[in-house]
Design a protein around this ligand. Structure first.
Ligand code: MG
Length: 323
């Protein structure tokens, strides 16, 4: 055997699963790449590319994909083609195709386009509500209530994001009791799932556990709490592990780490789906996701966007010969 042959990989690396019986046996990966990822990419992609991205994500076994956002095009020009994307993407039987809506007008557009599940954003801080949602903290909650009420008439479930749950770029620390109370209010108003969102990525494992436990104590059951984690400071996977230990079974992530952190220029934002899936599979946790298929999607997106993949796992598997 020559040296070249000896060093050429003969298998595609994958984690060797060792299950921890104290952790959940199955986790839902909630893919946010087409919405949260692409809205933070500077480039505006053609609708065809977005449609193909969503198709590939479902084909990889992802059961929940946030497809787009029905916000006014002047706010987020990257997603101005929401109707076209939703109209063309076929959501597989049993899978979820979610669209973010900013208000009742957005909900009406989403419903008219055929969307059957929506998400809303509220804020754990006053400053983020004013800077990003153009309202107050209370105003954002009222808007979410209006959307939930209108959606429930149509039998459409609503998922609520609670932004800046673990830190705020203007206010710094965010009181955990406030996060728990707001999560409970949002859930009480009818949001089926509340995603505690680490929008700037500053959360650490103890903080995550405390936020989950206080939210449970405030009246939201564990299966109704999701975590939306960012990897800006390299903490996302540690935080996932902490959350698994306290019974959380839904995590947001974006394939190839699509999307940058709008509050730390140049830094990475969303936790990459490949990195999340590697950890979960290594822990013997079922996801239904085909990791190599995701990597091929990230390679295609990387070529399309002309920038490297922001996922350690996808980058390493590409180097190991997955193509
Ligand atoms: Mg995000």
């Amino acid at each position: 055997m020559s040296d070249a042959e000896r060093t050429r990989p003969v298998w595609h690396p994958r984690p060797q699963p060792v299950a921890d019986p104290s952790l959940p046996s199955r986790v839902r990966v909630y893919e946010v790449g087409p919405r949260d990822g692409l809205q933070a990419e500077p480039e505006i992609l053609p609708a065809d590319v977005k449609i193909e991205l969503c198709r590939r994500l479902y084909a990889s076994g992802l059961g929940a994909v946030e497809l787009t956002s029905f916000v006014p095009a002047r706010w987020i020009p990257q997603l101005a083609d929401a109707e076209e994307v939703v109209g063309e993407v076929e959501v597989p039987e049993g899978a979820r195709g979610v669209a973010l809506v900013p208000n009742v007008r957005g909900l009406e557009r989403a419903l008219a386009a055929g969307v059957r599940e929506v998400s809303v954003v509220v804020s754990a801080t006053e400053t983020f509500a004013q800077a990003n949602l153009n309202t107050t903290l209370a105003g954002a909650l009222d808007r979410a209530r209006e959307v939930i009420a209108a959606a429930s008439v149509e039998g459409v479930p609503v998922r609520g994001y609670l932004s800046m749950s673990f830190g705020d770029p203007w206010e710094g620390s965010v009181p955990i009791e406030r996060v728990a109370d707001l999560a409970a209010e949002l859930h009480g108003a009818g949001a089926g799932t509340v995603a505690l969102s680490d929008t700037i990525g500053t959360g650490t494992p103890g903080h995550v556990i405390e936020a989950v436990e206080r939210t449970v104590a405030a009246g939201v059951s564990r299966e109704r709490i999701a975590l939306h984690l960012h990897d800006t400071y390299g903490q996302a996977l540690g935080n996932v592990q902490a959350a698994l230990r306290v019974g959380i079974t839904e995590f947001d992530s974006s394939t190839g780490g699509l999307g940058r952190c709008p509050f730390a220029k140049g830094a990475t934002g969303n936790l990459a789906t490949e990195d999340l899936v590697w950890l979960l599979h290594g822990l013997g946790i079922e996801t239904g996701v085909d990791l190599e298929s995701l990597v091929r999607t990230s390679q295609w997106m990387s070529r399309t966007l002309g920038r490297p993949i922001a996922s350690r796992v996808a980058t390493a598997l590409t180097a190991a010969g997955v193509s």
